[in-house]
Design a protein around this ligand. Structure first.
Ligand code: SF4
Length: 335
């Protein structure tokens, strides 16, 4: 495994294990991870404890979801020689730092988290302690590796703020002038929010996704049956791409010259919707082909996947333990 030099800025990012990933995961995060791994010291982790903070009873498919997701990471081009891959629940060190940080973190900081407020205001099931503590666990995940950067989309910049506040307070109380836990920065990255088959955001919970490893047939069928401009009822009706849920996918996958032709064909009823969808189907199938090929190698050799995670977890543990020693010492717990 390539060990990055100490000057290489460290990036930390995690993903909840929701099973096989879809194109929205790839364009919204994974593609960026693949880019970052060659320029940063990347730590990517499976956030399985975080998954339990909202779905604590769902245990039957957890292990499968964890490894399906790791296979998708590898299939997308995450290179375990460059990046450190590990599973959160294999790292009790995160839980220890979470506990220690909890001692100095005001509850109000966690109660004002938008997702917690929404949960308590809506007349839903009462939030659990795990759900309340989720942003603090996230802070522990980041601070234990002294990550300099956390990749976020434009609308998530506030997420890192709690972590910074937690670090600042800890350093002020225990640091004696030394920043023991460096405050991370957001790494604002350009990612694409992919619409799903129904025009809403692509999401597993909406069931509107195209999986990274869908077969060519499944992909073609999903696109062919996608709704189009609702005002284009018959083939002879002129349409408007701005009203069509297929169009944002074209904007991501289709070159400009082809898009111009399709736009014209749609507005003049010169083409049918299936004609319009065909280049999109082919572009997505082209993107998926190498993912499926790489994934097959790992699926045929599950021990290799376990080994990759094992090596990554031990590497992460070495870093986490070093930070914990410093934290314990600063808190007077080094006895
Ligand atoms: S021709 Fe294309 S853009 Fe126009 S309505 Fe049909 S699928 Fe949508």
């Amino acid at each position: 495994m390539k060990i990055q030099s100490r000057a290489t800025p460290r990036v930390l990012s995690g993903m909840r294990p929701t099973g096989a990933l879809h194109l929205g995961h790839y364009h919204g995060a994974l593609k960026n991870w693949v880019r970052l791994q060659s320029t940063h010291d990347c730590f990517f982790f499976v956030a399985d404890w975080h998954a339990l903070s909202t779905q604590h009873e769902r245990r039957d498919d957890l292990e499968k979801n964890v490894y399906d997701m790791v296979v998708d990471w590898l299939a997308a081009g995450i290179d375990p020689e460059q990046a450190t891959l590990f599973i959160q629940s294999r790292m009790p060190e995160h839980a220890e730092l979470f506990t220690l940080l909890a001692m100095s973190t005001p509850t109000a900081w966690l109660e004002r988290t938008p997702s917690y407020k929404a949960q308590t205001e809506a007349d839903r099931e009462p939030a659990t302690f795990g759900f309340l503590g989720y942003p603090l666990l996230q802070a522990a995940d980041i601070l234990i590796y002294k990550a300099g950067f956390v990749p976020v989309g434009e609308d998530q910049a506030a997420h890192v703020e709690v972590t910074r506040e937690v670090a600042r307070r800890f350093n002020r109380i225990y640091g004696a002038g030394q920043p023991i836990l460096p405050e991370p920065q957001e790494l604002l990255t350009e990612t694409s929010r992919l619409p799903g088959l129904d025009g809403r955001k692509m999401s597993k919970s909406y069931g509107n996704g195209i999986a990274m490893r869908d077969t060519p047939e499944a992909t073609a069928e999903k696109i062919r049956t996608m709704p189009t401009d609702p005002q284009r009822v018959r083939r002879s009706d002129a349409g408007d791409p701005a009203r069509c849920p297929v169009w944002p996918l074209h904007q991501l996958y289709t070159d400009e010259a082809t898009r111009l032709q399709l736009d014209e064909g749609c507005r003049t009823a010169g083409i049918g919707c299936l004609d319009c969808k065909q280049p999109l189907i082919e572009a997505i199938q082209r993107e998926q082909a190498p993912w499926r090929e790489r994934a097959d190698e790992y699926l045929n050799n599950p021990k290799q996947v376990h080994w990759i995670v094992e090596v990554g977890t031990e590497r992460a543990r070495a870093v986490a333990r070093k930070t914990l020693r410093e934290v314990r010492s600063a808190m007077g717990l080094n006895y």
